[in-house]
Write a protein that binds this ligand. Sequence first.
Ligand code: ADP
Length: 280
Amino acid sequence: MNIQLEKLTSIYHENTPFEHLALNNITTEFKEGTYYGIIGHTGSGKSTMIQNLNGLLLPSYGEVHIGDITLRRKTKQRIIHLVKKRVGMVFQFPEHQLFEESVIKDVMFGPKNIGMDEETAREKAEYYLKLLNVDRALFDIPPFDLSGGQMRKVAIAGILAMEPEVLILDEPTAGLDPLSHIETMQLFQKIQKEMGITVILVTHDMNDVYEYTDEVKLLNQGNLIRSGRTEEILTDAGLLQKYDLEVPDIVRLTSDLGKKGIEFPKIPKNREEFINLYMK
Ligand code: ADP
């Protein structure tokens, strides 16, 4: 399932003194099975864009096509509900949305809400909790008794258990320690590859965008500046600096060493590759 934005314009508080143009006439596509990064400085429109992809916001003008479903300014709630089955969203600090009396019930809530029966919902919940290494002994205790990292895993399992075709991640590693950060990002990568789903990552962490995504969309002040291969966009230090974005560590390091006369036939995609290529 592909997602297409057609002349998407998003305006907050339209026709009031507080009117604000957050996305300006954006036409672009998210192709099935691809891992995307949406990048841009704070206020560039990233969050507005992802909210338009799952019906949390409707376009002010233009259209959003989620497979064969079209979202427009006045799309009915009944249609928006169909989108929620297809597009899962892991919000920032998703653990803040846990509310059920037990871990397993919390993970089952989403699947049941989109129409799965009790038994199927339980199967999915158990499967995804296991995938996320949540111990079975914790299934029946209140989620609030878990550690922060475990609570986040439970919240993520709740989204995965709905088996969305598109998974949107909004700063999914905010506040995690470095090890959990890597563990979480590798898990999403594994899920993306194994299930062949589309993943859309919004983050300020350019190292993650460089390492994990295939394609990037660069926003600035509500405009789509660039859309293309991650390798091309994130190795363009001039472009990143122009839009006030960090240059990924590996790209910076290889170009700094390059200035010292050391040749780099290839910019490595991740730290491991860097060590293998140049440090051995
Ligand atoms: P980002 O996620 O890239 O930081 P946002 O999509 O949150 O950007 O915001 C884009 C622009 O829209 C910003 O100028 C922001 O101030 C404005 N904005 C976001 N949400 C609202 C809102 N609820 N009401 C009014 N303006 C908003």
